[in-house]
Design a protein. Structure first.
Length: 84
């Protein structure tokens, strides 16, 4: 239940942000297998999904990747993902 409530709250914050920033950028650190992009996509925003290499490989095999939903295999606490 708490996971569903957290996702609902985050979705609300993201939608509010995207209403004010139509072509904003969303960076989701520690994305795992979250489907936040699919629930909140406004058709313009570019999303960067950051997570561990093995998880990103699995994520891409299940959810795919698009021009606006980019998966980056990197440690969130590293600065490497910023460079990519």
């Amino acid at each position: 239940m708490s996971s569903a409530v957290r996702s609902t709250n985050m979705d609300r914050y993201i939608r509010d942000f995207l209403k004010q920033n139509l072509d904003g950028i969303v960076v989701q650190l520690g994305c795992g297998l979250e489907t936040t992009f699919y629930r909140n996509d406004n058709g313009k925003t570019v999303w960067y999904e950051i997570y561990l290499p093995d998880v990103i490989t699995y994520r891409k095999s299940i959810l795919g990747e698009s021009e606006r939903d980019k998966c980056i295999a990197c440690y969130a606490f590293s600065e490497d993902w910023i460079k990519k």
